[in-house]
Design a binder for this molecule. Structure first.
Ligand SMILES: *Cc1c(COP(=O)(O)O)cnc(C)c1O
Length: 444
């Protein structure tokens, strides 16, 4: 079995130019048959993975600081997950939970009820992707409240389907010419300490006053928010912002939905990012880190909301597929066994001070922020807060050339985000930070 074949090594090793000849050959084939509408990232073609290392088709060993966008938090090719998935594939791959059910789905919902914050009865429904989870959270909130308006935030990212494009903030590349978009979506300012200088309560008051004056509290079904924004730039709201919004929601009969698809499942040093401020959402959406790379997403919420939906109102052919739920159960037990929330905090304790130190000598770094292993720095034209997207691009390229997978993000494309597998070893982390320091130096 792949989980027990020889190790691919734990060190970054570049043996060809990047991308290498075999990757370039594959890339030429791709161009002929894969839509150019998919972005190209770093076109090295992957053969295997292990921990924080990916082996490409040319024999290069790449250090992964992106986890496939916060997905393989437990690392690549974890034996417990490989074994659980293999056993499930051998048993059965699909029945459709709504036709004939199976225990794995129920177990994942038991885990979600237990792990998500809130000491009340919760039920869940499972889906295939984050966007699908967000769509269903909105369906539940609208039905349960009998209201229509959904409040979202500047810089938000919630997916690429029609409803979630409308919920997402950034036009290019997500929305441009893909309209018309779904109605009854209202966008208000996010707390973005580096750019607005407001404390949490002041930023919340600004958002709430806009909601009350432009939408009206009694029209609002839900506030939908990423507790730490992902694609929008790893924006960490000022302390007090989330609690104030959630209190306002409770006082006004508005459902508070935390989109924890990127920030959830140990990434920020706790099981969920809202836990850092003791915020208890009515509904939580999860995906990415939940199932170690198998497609699975969850909507978990107060039973009285989730169960307000008529039978048959939620579902889908593949949602909560048995192979994906087996992967989620293996992922969750790995997270518990290895205490990955603690590991994420330890990563933050190493990386945040290091980046702050680098920022002192690199005026292109305007801000360093993050929690646990969800960390970013924002690049600016020196001496200003003007976004410097070219610097972000050059840092990503430099890292790639050295065999390090680093990702950018942000409304202005000027943020480098670090979200390594939480099992990354200390030497691997040191190695990655060394390359990053060189890349920042080269871009300065
Ligand atoms: C990635 C992401 C989504 C969309 O998930 P998909 O699985 O790509 O559909 C939604 N919300 C947040 C916060 C995300 O990071």
């Amino acid at each position: 079995m792949s989980s027990t074949t020889s190790s691919i090594g734990t060190e970054r090793k570049v043996v060809t130019e990047l991308p290498g000849p075999k990757s370039r050959e594959l890339h030429a084939r791709r161009s002929a048959v894969v839509s150019s509408g998919l972005s190209q990232g770093f076109p090295v073609y992957i053969e295997r993975g292990e921990g924080a290392i990916l082996l490409d088709v040319d024999g290069n060993q790449l250090l992964d600081l992106g986890s496939g966008i916060a997905v393989v938090s437990i690392g690549h090719n974890v034996p417990a997950l490989v074994d659980a998935v293999s056993a499930q594939v051998a048993a059965f791959t699909h029945t459709c939970f709504m036709v004939t059910p199976y225990e794995g789905y129920v177990k994942v919902c038991e885990e979600l009820a237990q792990l998500t914050p809130g000491d009340f009865a919760k039920t869940s429904a499972l889906f295939n992707s984050g966007a699908e989870a967000v769509e269903n959270a909105v369906k539940v909130a609208r039905l349960a409240t009998g209201r229509q308006a959904i409040i979202v935030f500047d810089h938000a990212y919630h997916g690429r389907t029609n409803l979630t494009m409308a919920l997402t903030s950034k036009n290019m590349p997500y929305k441009d010419h893909f309209g018309p978009f779904a109605p009854e979506i209202y966008r208000v300012p996010m707390s973005y300490p580096f750019r607005d200088g407001l404390d949490g309560p002041a930023a919340a008051a600004r958002a709430i006053s806009q909601i009350e004056s432009q939408v009206g509290a009694t029209n609002v079904a839900a506030i939908l928010i990423e507790p730490i924004q992902g694609e929008g730039g790893f924006v960490v709201p000022a302390d007090g912002f989330l609690p104030a919004l959630s209190e306002w929601a409770r006082a006004n009969g508005v459902v508070f939905i935390a989109d924890e698809i990127q920030s959830g499942f140990c990434r920020t040093g706790d099981w969920f990012a809202v836990n850092h401020e003791g915020v208890i959402p009515d509904i939580v959406t999860t995906a990415k880190g939940l199932a170690g790379g198998m497609p699975l997403a969850g909507v978990t919420g107060r039973a009285e909301l989730m169960n307000a939906v008529h039978e048959g109102g939620l579902g889908g052919t593949y949602g909560g597929n048995p192979v994906a739920t087996a992967a989620a159960l293996a992922t969750i037990s790995t997270m518990r066994d290895l205490d990955l929330p603690a590991r994420a905090r330890a990563i933050g304790d190493v990386v945040l001070p290091r980046l702050r130190g680098l920022a002192q000598d690199a005026p292109i770094i305007g801000d360093v922020r993050g929690r646990g292993a969800m960390i970013a720095f924002e690049l600016v034209k020196p001496g200003t807060t003007e976004p410097h997207a070219a610097a972000a691009k050059s840092i990503v390229n430099y890292c790639n050339q050295q065999g390090v997978i680093a990702l950018s993000c942000g409304t202005y494309g000027n943020v480098i985000r670090l979200l390594p597998p939480l099992v990354i070893t200390e030497p691997q982390l040191e190695d990655g930070l060394g390359v990053l320091a060189d890349a920042i130096h080269a871009a300065s």
